[in-house]
Design a protein around this ligand. Structure first.
Ligand SMILES: Nc1ncnc2c1ncn2[C@@H]1O[C@H](COP(=O)(O)OP(=O)(O)OP(=O)(O)O)[C@@H](O)[C@H]1O
Ligand SMILES: Cc1ncc(CO)c(N)n1
Length: 496
């Protein structure tokens, strides 16, 4: 599918706008899709609860679906409140009659956040027939319990077992949601018949504004799957988007106290972000350079550095080049600080530049001139190698283009690859290790938190960037990663 996905919600109406098709359309739009809705039921509902439900005849539901499908390409379907067994059977029959079935996300709505029932008890059995036609099912814990005919899971381990049973029974993916757990965490897991394929664990957001979280999440998931064609990534993007809509929810101030307010569906859009995209996530760039990271681990220099067998002369040759590199890198961090869009980010890159000189460069000098006075003079006379010069030229070009987003993406691998290496080498025995100080510097929790922050600023820039700009960011990131690899490899290639 190219272009804007057409996403159909088959669900009930919530006039308060927090759940049902109102939430679906808002979520689909915020996630980059064109939203459509066929109504299964009307509710009289507010943030305080549901006072009545009115269902049109199922023949009319079928007519809505047929009329739509005869005209519009449907790239994904989200199914929410169905209300009765007859409506469930109608939707199943319609799906079976389609020449080609689009991806289907089924949110098996049984009970509203307020506790009101939204599905006839006798219809629960009929739901199994529809689950078997879905690609992903997104029950909350009480719905999951009803579907597997067991008590509601009170701990996550039990929930995961129940979910796996449901996934295996119908050969579908099930997204287990921890919204109804007690305690400070809010885990979710995407589980197939063979077990979890993606797990998520975040802090619970302290708010009562959770009306329609399930509707919003499942619509976001359908839309993002239509765009990305990858369930774990679509889930990840949808969750991240929903979480931020929950965080911003209280600002909407909808409804009297004591109820459950809606999420802020437009929050990310109004903050200047584009709809969620895998391509705009630094974690995706990192995932995509997995082969390069494996190659880096195999570099002879890195292996000998890790086990301490590295010839000190070779280490010194590396440090000389790295000291040259870091001097220039610190100036480029300052440039990122100048270009940053606000003072909080500007302060971060300025501090990173300072630490690059006072900590990293100082460490290099202490190795190169042990006991020598640190008078700021360069302890080395080396000229930049071809590898050092090429890496710096790449970074300088990014700086000269004056595009903040591309520059920070280019600067990121120098944090991330070292932090990752440092964290993985943290367990190496330091006893008599000649390079213990070097290993400690990059395994340090302070360096890890600086790296996390550098990733977060880069992510913020990417989420707001156009597709073209994201592509330039990603290319700059990957090129820097290749230069990092060449930089480590250079010392092993020549005799010092
Ligand atoms: N307080 C919270 N903090 C963070 N995440 C939450 C919170 N409440 C719900 N979520 C998340 O929202 C999503 C929906 O989960 P939940 O279990 O609430 O679904 P639901 O009960 O079907 O929703 P609803 O009936 O309100 O539409 C999940 O990703 C869940 O982890
Ligand atoms: C119409 C409708 N669908 C779903 C839910 C579940 O939150 C709700 N409260 N209302």
């Amino acid at each position: 599918m190219s272009g804007i996905p057409h996403v159909l919600a088959v669900a009930g109406s919530d006039p308060s706008g927090g759940a049902g098709v109102q939430a679906d359309i808002k979520s689909i739009m915020a996630c980059g899709g064109y939203g459509m809705a066929a109504l299964t039921a009307l509710t009289a509902q507010s943030t305080q609860g549901v006072s009545a439900v009115h269902a049109p005849p199922t023949g009319f539901l079928r007519q809505q679906l047929d009329t739509l499908a005869s005209d519009v390409r449907i790239d994904a379907v989200k199914i929410g409140m169905l209300g009765t067994a007859a409506a469930i059977d109608t939707v199943s029959a319609w799906l079976d009659a389609l020449p080609e079935r689009p991806p289907v996300v089924l949110d098996p709505v049984m009970v509203a956040t307020s506790g009101d029932r939204l599905l006839d008890p006798e219809a629960e059995r009929a739901l199994h027939g529809l689950i078997a036609r879905a690609d992903v099912v997104t029950p909350n814990l009480p719905e999951l319990a009803a579907l597997v005919d067991e008590p509601v899971a009170r701990d996550w381990g039990v929930a995961l077992r129940q979910v796996r049973g449901l996934a295996a029974r119908h050969d579908v993916l099930v997204l287990a949601k921890g919204g109804h757990l007690d305690g400070p965490r809010c885990p979710d897991a995407l589980v197939g018949p063979d077990g979890p394929i993606a797990t998520f664990d975040d802090e619970r957001i302290p708010t009562t504004s959770t009306h329609g979280t399930g509707c919003s999440l499942s619509s976001a998931l359908a839309t993002l799957y239509a765009r990305e064609r990858d369930w774990p990534w679509a889930t990840r993007l949808a969750r991240a988007w929903v979480r931020r809509a929950i965080e911003a929810a209280d600002a909407l101030d909808v409804g009297r106290p004591g109820g459950h307010g809606p999420l802020h569906h437009a929050h990310a859009l109004w903050s200047g972000e584009r709809p969620p995209r895998r391509s705009a996530e630094p974690d995706a760039w990192w995932e995509d350079i997995a082969a390069l990271r494996r190659e880096l681990d195999e570099v002879w220099f890195v292996r000998q550095l890790a086990d301490g067998s590295l010839d000190p002369a070779r280490f010194a040759a590396y440090l000389e080049q790295d000291a040259l590199y870091l001097g220039a890198y610190a100036r480029l961090l300052e440039r990122a600080s100048e270009l940053a869009p606000d003072s909080a980010e500007s302060a971060f890159w300025a501090e990173a530049a300072r630490r690059c000189v006072t900590e990293e460069l100082a460490l290099h000098r202490s190795y190169l001139a042990p006991g020598g006075a640190d008078d700021g003079s360069s302890p080395h006379a080396a000229a930049p190698s071809a590898e050092t010069a090429a890496y710096l030229a790449h970074l300088e070009r990014a700086a000269q283009a004056g595009d903040h987003a591309v520059l920070v993406a280019a600067l990121l691998p120098c944090f991330w690859l070292y932090q990752d290496l440092g964290a993985r080498l943290a367990s190496v025995s330091r006893e008599g290790h000649p390079y213990a100080e070097w290993l400690d510097a990059y395994g340090d929790p302070g360096f890890a938190s600086a790296t996390a922050e550098a990733i977060a600023w880069t992510r913020r820039a990417a989420r707001a960037a156009s597709d073209d700009r994201v592509a330039r960011m990603r290319a700059a990131f990957e090129t820097s990663c290749r230069h990092e690899l060449a930089f480590f490899a250079q010392t092993g290639a020549t005799t010092p």
